[in-house]
Design a protein around this ligand. Structure first.
Ligand code: NCD
Length: 311
C-alpha cells in the first residue's frame, strides 16, 4: 500500500523516489481500473470538501469525479469567493477550522492568493490539497503533467522542456519546474516576453538543482530543439495595470508545429484562450498534442492523490 500523505501543498515536497515508486504506479493502477470499467470503493463513506475561490473547470470537476469514482462523496462550493463567508471577512484559517468541525476526510482548496493552502494546513487536522493558490503553485496539475510526460517518454531524465507564455504569473510552470528539479540532465527553455519571464525564485531553484536554463523571446528559436513544448495562457486576471497581456500570448501556429519533431509533445494545462489562441483549434488533433490526454490523466492522478491522503 502507498504511504500516507499528510497535505499536498507544494511540488517541492515530493521526492523522485515517491514519484517513481508510489505516485506513478498508483496513478497507472487507477487509470487501468477506470478504463476497464471497474467499480472502486476504496474511499467508501469518506467525504471530501472542495472550496474554490477562483474559476475552475478541470481541477474542480476532476477532483469531484475522482472522489466519486472511489466511492467517496464530494461537496463543493464552486464560487467560494462570492458564496462563502469570505465575503463577510472570514479568514482562511477560520473557514478551515469550520470545515474541520464538520469532519471531512480531505479539503481541496483553490484560492486567489499565494500561501493560502499553507495557511489552511497550519490549522487543519484533515489533509489539505492545494488546487492552485494565486500565482503561487498548482502541485496537482504538475503531478498530472509529470505523469503524462513519464507515461509518454518512459522517463523524465535527459528531457528538454520549453515553457512558453506567461511564466511570471502562471503557477503550473512553477510547480512543474520544482518536479523537474528532482530528475537528471534536464534543460529548460523559457520563452516569454521579458516582462513576463520566470521569477527569480524558480531560476535560483534551477541553479541549485542542476537544471540548465536559457531565456528566449521567440518561440521559433526552440521548436525544433525540445522534447516537450509546454504552452500557457496569459494570466490576465493576475496582471498589474500596464502589463501587456497580448504580448504574453506566444502562439504555436501550423508553420512552427511543422518544425517540431515527430517524437516531441505539446502540452498545455488548459484552458487555452480563444482570444490569444496560443494553440489554435485546427492543431488540436495533431498526434503530438497531449492537451486532452493531460486533462484525462488529471482524473487518474487525483484519484491516486485522494487515496494517498485519505486512506
Ligand atoms: C491552470 C490554473 O488554474 O492555474 N488551469 C488548470 O488548473 N488546468 C492554468 C490556467 O488557468 O491558465
Amino acid at each position: 500500500m502507498a504511504s500516507k500523505l499528510k497535505h499536498i501543498l507544494k511540488s517541492q515536497q515530493f521526492s523522485r523516489e515517491w514519484l517513481e515508486e508510489e505516485f506513478f504506479p498508483l496513478s497507472s493502477e487507477m487509470k487501468k481500473a477506470v478504463l476497464a470499467g471497474q467499480t472502486l470503493d476504496d474511499l467508501k463513506d469518506k467525504t471530501v470538501c472542495l472550496l474554490f475561490y477562483e474559476p475552475s473547470t478541470r481541477t474542480r470537476v476532476s477532483f469531484q469525479q475522482a472522489a466519486l469514482k472511489l466511492g467517496a462523496l464530494a461537496v463543493a462550493t464552486e464560487n467560494a469567493k462570492e458564496f462563502s463567508s469570505a465575503v463577510k471577512g472570514e479568514t482562511m484559517k477560520d473557514t478551515t477550522r469550520i470545515i474541520n468541525a464538520y469532519h471531512f476526510d480531505a479539503i481541496v482548496i483553490r484560492s486567489d492568493y499565494e500561501g493560502a493552502a499553507e495557511e489552511a494546513a497550519s490549522v487543519s487536522e484533515a489533509p489539505i490539497i492545494n488546487a492552485g493558490d494565486g500565482a503561487g503553485q498548482h502541485p496537482t496539475q504538475s503531478l498530472l503533467d509529470i505523469f503524462t510526460i513519464h507515461e509518454h517518454f518512459g522517463k523524465v531524465d535527459g528531457l528538454r522542456v520549453a515553457f512558453v507564455g506567461d511564466l511570471k504569473y502562471g503557477r503550473t510552470v512553477r510547480s512543474l519546474s520544482y518536479l523537474l528539479g528532482k530528475f537528471k540532465d534536464i534543460k529548460v527553455h523559457l520563452v516569454a516576453p521579458e516582462s513576463l519571464q520566470m521569477r527569480e525564485d524558480i531560476l535560483e531553484y534551477y541553479k541549485e538543482n542542476g537544471i540548465e536554463f536559457e531565456a528566449h523571446s521567440d518561440i521559433a528559436e526552440i521548436v525544433d530543439k525540445v522534447d516537450v513544448i509546454y504552452m500557457t495562457r496569459a494570466q490576465k486576471e493576475r496582471m498589474n495595470e500596464g502589463e501587456d497581456a497580448d504580448g504574453a500570448g506566444v502562439v504555436l501556429n501550423r508553420e512552427l508545429l511543422d518544425k517540431v519533431s515527430e517524437k516531441s509533445i505539446i502540452m498545455h494545462p488548459l484552458p487555452r484562450s480563444s482570444d490569444i489562441n496560443e494553440i489554435p483549434e485546427e492543431l488540436t488533433d495533431d498526434p503530438r498534442m497531449m492537451i486532452f490526454k493531460e486533462a484525462e490523466n488529471g482524473l487518474f492522478t487525483r484519484m491516486a492523490l485522494l487515496k494517498m491522503v485519505i486512506q
